[in-house]
Design a protein around this ligand. Structure first.
Ligand SMILES: Nc1ncnc2c1ncn2[C@@H]1O[C@H](COP(=O)(O)OP(=O)(O)OP(=O)(O)O)[C@@H](O)[C@H]1O
Ligand SMILES: [Mg+2]
Length: 117
């Protein structure tokens, strides 16, 4: 199991949700975050040129998946979020130790995938 973290442009969040749905990936958390992608903005000040790190609003997806869904999840994030311009965001894939569904006590692969209507 992996936790796929995708940080994307807020205006692309709905496209990502649709792409995830088409890929049959269910179960997702979203949060608003601020981040910086590494670019440094040159700013003129009275004491000379300094650099400033500006923060941009982003949406952070967290998606816990079983191994067969890792690549489809990455593809869905790219499909939904890519514009080709700098700042499209980033995907991090992290090993996931354990998942527990609170209602049933199911664990791991049985617990990552939502069941029923
Ligand atoms: N190394 C990193 N660690 C944590 N968060 C990051 C990292 N790189 C980018 N992010 C997050 O992703 C957001 C978008 O980053 P961004 O798309 O600018 O990445 P990039 O690597 O600079 O790619 P690009 O060249 O397309 O700009 C950032 O605002 C930040 O929230
Ligand atoms: Mg960047």
């Amino acid at each position: 199991m992996k936790l796929v973290i995708g940080i994307v442009r807020p205006e692309k969040a709905n496209d990502v949700l649709e792409a995830l749905y088409r890929a049959e990936v269910r179960g997702v958390s979203l949060s608003r975050v601020q981040g910086h992608g590494g670019e440094l903005d040159q700013v003129e000040t009275y004491r000379g040129t300094t650099v400033k790190m500006g923060l941009a609003d982003k949406v952070r997806f967290e998606i816990a998946v079983s191994d067969p869904f890792v690549e489809p999840t990455i593809q869905a994030l790219r499909e939904g979020a890519q514009t080709g311009e700098v700042g499209d965001g980033k995907i991090f894939v992290v090993s996931l130790e354990q998942v527990v569904r609170i209602r049933t006590g199911e664990t791991d692969n049985a617990a990552v995938t939502p069941v029923g209507p």
